[in-house]
Design a protein around this ligand. Structure first.
Ligand code: ASP
Ligand code: MG
Length: 406
């Protein structure tokens, strides 16, 4: 008998029909003789709606209370799915994050799982019950509810699969796999049969909406093979796993767009040692992730420091830098959110030359200006104007399709 973990995203449990659909998938898996642990997200846009409710009351909600609020979405889904399975004659039981043993650190809103105490999960499975777990949540040392960050139910599912040494971890969503680009932007984007953890991690971090990047990190760490598939269309999905043989694979696995970035510019700081250290240690203290950094020297011994941060943190970082301007002697700090990051990802670029130049050529031919560039072993990212981002994804995707040999 196999143990299968199945995770269903918000759109998969959106309403009555979808809950019943999920119950049929889960019920069938159980009836085939498997043990089944299910992780559910909040229904549809519930989490956004809850955030909106909080925002009506305050722009600065108490972090603990916000997590109490947000965790309720998943609790609705788990109870409804358990009832649906019960109606169909299956023995099911729902568990909140803390009931299921999720122990996290203290960071409300973006907590990390420290430990999963599987006692309860295991004892329910031993009774041949289908266990439905509320995703995205846990409990900290103070017994307070925490949430795992947007998209965190994926991570809950992978954690369960890792801790119980599951035979399969299926991530059900409303698309039938991982595509080479968002099909809403690139009509002929292709579904991948397989993608490596490293490539998936980059894609997830660079704006692909399918998996939370932490879930991929965790899956890689514990060697949990994932299958991303559709709850609505019973076709083969995409496998995410450690890929050893790169020869067969496509050069480029995906082109992504992330509009939630901002570019911050500090103008005219002195061109002397220690300035970058002062600037970025300040930003680090605020726990903001800096991505691309550019330093342009010039003009009379001064330079500009330009870098990207998540758009949601731009205002805060700017204020912090302005308050401390005298410490590193800049003239002014400004930021722009009228930008997007377009990236290409593929492990094959390690052994192929010309990948970056092909990207730049495609953008040049489309008359799209590149503001910043960053590369790693398996990705290239450029910053472009927001309203040119979709077109950038399209032309870059087309260029690599040629390279991939389609
Ligand atoms: N409901 C949460 C969110 O919308 C967690 C999840 O869906 O994974 O981000
Ligand atoms: Mg969701």
């Amino acid at each position: 008998m196999a143990l299968i973990v199945q995770k269903f995203g918000g759109s998969s449990v959106r309403d009555y029909e979808r809950i019943m659909n999920v119950a049929r998938i889960v019920g069938k898996t159980y009836a085939d003789g498997n043990d089944v642990a299910v992780v559910v997200s909040a229904q549809g846009d519930t989490t956004d709606d809850l955030l909106e409710k909080a925002a009506q009351i305050t722009q600065h909600p108490n972090a603990r209370e916000l997590d109490v609020l947000l965790s309720t979405g998943e609790q609705i889904s788990m109870a409804l799915l358990s009832m649906a399975l019960g109606e169909m004659g299956y023995p099911a039981i729902s568990l909140t994050g803390w009931q299921a043993g999720f122990e996290t650190n203290r960071s409300y809103g973006r907590a990390r799982i420290k430990n999963l105490n599987t006692e309860r999960l295991q004892s329910e499975l031993d009774k041949r019950r289908i266990v439905i777990v509320a995703g995205f949540q846990g409990i900290n040392v103070n017994d307070d509810i925490t949430t795992l960050g947007r998209g965190g139910s994926d991570t809950s599912a992978v954690a369960i699969a890792a801790a119980l040494n599951a035979d399969k971890c299926q991530i059900y969503t409303d698309v039938d796999g991982i595509y080479t680009a968002d099909p809403r932007i690139v009509a002929n984007a292709q579904k991948l049969d397989i993608i490596s953890f490293d490539e998936m991690l980059e894609l997830a971090t660079l704006g692909a909406q399918v998996l939370q990047n932490r879930s991929v990190e965790l899956a890689k760490k514990y060697g949990v093979e994932l299958e991303v598939l559709s709850s609505l269309d019973p076709v083969k999905g995409t496998i995410v796993r450690e890929v050893v043989d790169m020869k067969e694979g496509m050069l480029i696995k995906g082109v992504t767009k992330d509009e939630k970035v901002a570019v911050i510019t500090i103008l005219d700081v002195p061109d002397v040692p220690g300035i970058s250290f002062k600037v970025f240690s300040l930003v680090a203290q605020a726990k903001v992730n800096v991505d691309i950094i550019l330093q342009a020297t010039g003009r009379g011994g001064n330079k500009d420091i330009i870098f990207t941060v998540p758009a949601a943190r731009a205002e805060e970082v700017c204020t912090l830098l302005r308050e401390n301007l005298s410490r590193f002697g800049g003239r002014e700090v400004e930021y722009s959110t009228d930008v997007a990051k377009v990236s290409v990802v593929g492990a094959g670029m390690q052994s192929h030359s010309g990948v970056a130049s092909r990207m730049f050529e495609a953008l040049y031919e489309a008359n799209i200006n590149i503001q910043m560039v960053a590369t790693s072993e398996i990705k290239i990212s450029v910053i472009v104007k927001k309203d040119e981002a979709d077109r950038a994804v399209q032309v870059v995707h087309a260029a690599y399709e040629e390279m991939n040999g389609h």
